[in-house]
Design a protein around this ligand. Structure first.
Ligand SMILES: [Fe+2]
Ligand SMILES: [Fe+2]
Length: 277
């Protein structure tokens, strides 16, 4: 895994986005669909098509990072130890390569929200009932995790075997989580809650390595500056801090969702924490 020169890499990504915009114009205009011209508050051009200014936000970095759900029931203990068991091979495989580790883990972290959101979507259709906003909240989580991946992609360059590993892990994890959610949503959400607790720990270790100088604190990728509304002089360290705050929010949402199930209620009976990040 190599660290790229940020300025070159950022410029290339911006150019790619601009080229995409230019290439699309002739196709979409036939259908009467014109790409909307989006600008930032300062009037400069918005360079991203994957998210828009109104989807960007300032992360709440004051969130409590230490919160932990003590596993008391059999289901909780199973969720907790499943996550702990998954951590050992991850620690051995990645050692202290936290940039690479973050990128690979985000490929997994972006799956549960999408799977759970899809299952609730289908349930809403089958039962002719509202979702309480949970479909949206869970899809938001998946998209937020995918943006973490899009960000860490900028500072890491996965090798072919790491890409192969992602494909294999996705094949197994997506199906396992799908089954797990169908059988027990309270277990599935609890497990994601613990996964997020581990993610917070991983990013804290990442920050320690950055502070020790073992990982170069390069300028923040352009996509991260726009997504989290970071100031111009921001660095990779600032990005890790806001990503870690996002993980703490996901932890809360998933433990909360599991608690709702524990109270014998369905998620739709409790308004979803849309926009909680
Ligand atoms: Fe993440
Ligand atoms: Fe997360």
């Amino acid at each position: 895994m190599t660290t790229l020169t940020m300025s070159d890499n950022n410029k290339k990504k911006v150019d790619d986005e601009e080229n995409n915009n230019n290439n699309n114009k002739s196709i979409v205009s036939y259908w009467g669909i014109q790409p909307s011209k989006v600008t930032k508050d300062d009037g400069s051009q918005w360079n991203w098509t994957c998210f828009r200014p109104w989807e960007s936000y300032k992360a709440d970095i004051k969130i409590d990072l230490e919160k932990h759900h003590t596993p008391n029931t059999f289901t909780d203990k199973m969720a907790y130890w499943t996550v702990k068991a998954l951590r050992y091979p991850t620690d051995i495989f990645f050692q202290k390569r936290y940039g690479c580790r973050a990128m690979m883990l985000e490929t997994v972290a972006a799956v549960p929200g999408m799977v759970a959101g899809m299952l609730l979507h289908c349930k809403s259709l089958r039962r002719f009932e509202h979702s309480g906003g949970w479909i949206k909240a869970l899809l938001e989580e998946a998209e937020n995790e995918r943006m973490h991946l899009m960000t860490f992609m900028e500072v890491s360059d996965p090798k072919w075997y790491e890409r192969a590993l992602v494909i294999a892990v996705q094949g197994v994890f997506l199906n396992a989580y799908l089954l797990g959610y169908i059988v027990s949503p309270k277990f599935a959400h609890r497990m994601v809650g613990y996964l997020e607790e581990e993610a917070i720990h991983s990013y804290t270790e990442f920050l320690k390595e950055l502070d020790k100088g073992n990982i170069e604190n390069v300028p923040a990728p352009a996509i991260a500056m726009d997504y989290w509304q970071l100031p111009p002089e921001s660095t990779l360290r600032d990005v890790v801090v806001v990503v870690r705050a996002d993980e703490a929010h996901h932890r809360d949402v998933n433990h909360f969702a599991s608690d709702v199930h524990y109270q014998g209620r369905e998620l739709r009976e409790t308004p979803a924490p849309i926009g909680y990040h």
